[in-house]
Design a protein around this ligand. Sequence first.
Ligand code: C5P
Length: 303
Amino acid sequence: MSGAVVVRCPAKVNWSLRVLGRRADGYHELDTVFQAIDLHDVLEAEPSRGITLECDDPELPTDRRNLVVRAAEALFDRGAARGASGAALRLRKAIPTGAGLGGGSSDAAGTIVALDRLWGLELDRATARRIAVDLGSDVAFFLVGGTARGRGRGERLETLPFLGEVPLLLGVPPFPLSTADVYARHARRLTRPDDGVSVSRLSALKAPEEKDFGPARNDLEVVVFEGWPELGRFREALVREGATRALLSGSGSAVFGAFEDDRAVERAAAALHERFGAWRLLPARGVRDAVHLVAGGDLRSSR
Ligand code: C5P
């Protein structure tokens, strides 16, 4: 697409995720540390009539069920006020869906950045953030990127010092998990005595990392590893293969490990490939990026 606005939409992992309780609005109060990673989708936008979405993954809906379309709709009136008649959006997916890697949320944040540029909206930060938060709990993080702490639904963000380009290995099992379903299981469990702590203690943790990243704990592991034990086994295998930290990402289904260097990632991937043949193993690393323009307009002012 010549002349198109092109936006890179990074994935994320969670260095930790504490679920503090259930709120009156049905959401869960969180304290989490997000990390943007180099795995990314690419979103392109061109002027058009109405809003259309094409996606290279035939499994994904291209109607209002897709957060990209909902984000575009949320901005449409502002665009029309500036004379725009619509946008043709194309999404090239690399981030697995239903994996807790934030792909849909990042694509939605990318849509805000792309259409802001395409339609000349000149959204201020607070407005972009408000639109993002209305779309989903994780969307605002992708406007910030890097390393950030998220509280509330995950949308109350505080930028943290970038933790570096930590080498990671992501393991994606051959099935997605529904965020809403995982939280619902967690909520049911909260009403029972807390016998899940021992599972959390399986967390792989060596002392130096704890100081840098906070405790390696994702409170959703209790219910996810109970329901899908292979995910817990994968995490244990990551630790055995040298991960300094290994955790479920978000509400899953991806499980990731942090390693000393790229060689260690390669060695672990080779060993895990033997045992978890149906899983996708994706090397990645932490990045400072938020969603950002890579073509179309003045790139510097978009960051
Ligand atoms: O905000 P988002 O639409 O991404 O959340 C998807 C679902 O995950 C929510 O409908 C809710 O069931 C659950 N959720 C939650 N607490 C959060 C974030 C998500 O219960 N902090």
